[in-house]
Design a binder for this molecule. Sequence first.
Ligand SMILES: [Mg+2]
Length: 212
Amino acid sequence: MRVDETLKMVIAACDAIIASESYLTEVDQKIGDGDHGTGMALGMRAAKEALFMKESFETVNEIFKTAGMTMLNSMGGASGVIFGSFFLGGVRGKEAITELDGKTFLHIMEESLDAIKKRGGAGVGDKTMVDALEPAVLAMKEKDSDCISEMMETAARAAAEGVEATKRQIAKFGRARYLGERALGYQDAGATSVAILFQAMSDYLKEQKTGC
Ligand SMILES: [Mg+2]
């Protein structure tokens, strides 16, 4: 997939989060502090603006870096670091990517996951966004396809299953950790955002019939 198509895919991801603001707020209000939707939408609006401001991008790295850095700087707090790293973590120090295929996307997401786990200290089962991201990465590894739309569809499905799994977990981070077993039955807001991001990118690739 070309750089200009990658840009449109990332903007579609931003739009999906912006459109989900009140849903994410609702999800976070159940067990968290209720600021996830506002924070994510703020970061994604800023990211979108930063992506539009630049005339053109030469590499996929620049797109992911621009989105990630802008989220990091605009959102602040733990979410800013974590979701900034979602875009930023995997392209740091990587050689220029001018064509984004399925395997390259997997490598980016593998390194993003690593960066996020190191920064945040959460693992699978802790009821965080890692519960959507790690299964997505593992599912893509198993799929091992060059076709990015196939890989994105795989990631979206695994992330959605990961969101469902968070309903059966007790939280180890955030305000939800004080709830203990009372957090059971409720999904994690961060994991929900990850699933929305992958689903939006998958939908975009399918609509455009691009990515393979
Ligand atoms: Mg919060």
